[in-house]
Write a protein that binds this ligand. Sequence first.
Ligand code: AMP
Length: 283
Amino acid sequence: MLPLVHTAHDFRRACQEARLDGALALVPTMGYLHDGHISLVKAARQAAPTVAVTIFVNPTQFGPSEDLGRYPRDLEGDLRKCEAAGGSFVFAPAGPQEMYPPGFQTYVEPGPLAQPLCGARRPGHFRGVCTVVAKLFALSRADCAFFGEKDFQQLQIIRRMAQDLNLGTDVVGRPIVREKDGLALSSRNAYLSPEERQQALGLWRALSQARARFAAGERDVAALERVASEVLDQHGLRADYAEVRDPADLQRPPQADAATRVFLAAFAGKTRLIDNGALGETG
Ligand code: AMP
C-alpha cells in the first residue's frame, strides 16, 4: 500500500525527504479519484521522480448550502489508483482541524480572475481554494503542481497566485478527461441518476454546438452564448451560466477567436456540473 500521512507535520517531512532525491511534483485533489485525477498523477510522474497526491475535502471552499457533507469518499480505492498511476505518497489530513487548527484566521484573497463565472456564483469559493493550495505549496515546497483544465478558472487563479506570492511552485495545466460520450469526468457525476446522467450530456453538447457555430463563422459572443444556453435548456439542465470569455483574463472579448473559451455551469437535478473548452478545439 502507498505510504499515507495524515498530519501536516508528517507531510512536510515526507516532502522534505523526497526533495533530497530530486524534483517533487504535487497533485492536489478532493479524492474519489477518477481518470481525470489519474491523468494528473501520470503527467506529474513524467515531470518528477516523486509525486505527492493530496486528498482533502476542503471545507473553506464550500458554501453553506453546498455538498460538503455528502461529498463522495473512498480513501482505500484512491490509494490503489494513486499507486497504479505512479504516485509516491498521499497526504490525507485526518480532519479539517489538521489544515485549519483552532485560531486559524489568515486567508488568501484572489483578485479579478476570481470575480466572474464560478466566483460570482460561489462566493468565497476561490478564497478557500487559494488558501488551501497556498498551504499545500508551503508545506510541500513542490517544484511543480498539476491541475486540470476542467476547472479552468481555478487553474488561472492558482497560476496567478503562485506568481503573485512567489510561491516557487510551477503550476501546470492538463487537458480535460472525458467519458466516451463527451461528459467531463467529475467526482460529482456519482450523484447523477440515470436520467440526470443523460441530461448532463447537455454540457458537452452545448460546448460542441458553440464550437460548430464558431467553425461556421460565428464570432459574435452573445450569439455563441445563446447557442450554448439553448442546448443546456433542451437537455433539461438548469443553466447557472453559459459564457464566452478570454482564456487569459476571463473577461468578455469584443469578438470570439479560436482561443476564446466557452464556460458552462448547470444543474442536473441538485448536482452542479461545470465544463469548458476553447472554441477552436475539438477535444
Ligand atoms: P477535485 O478533486 O475535483 O478538486 O479535482 C482535483 C484536480 O483534478 C483539479 O485540478 C481538477 O481540475 C482535476 N480534474 C477534475 N476532473 C478532471 C477531468 N475530467 N479531467 C482533468 N482533470 C480533472
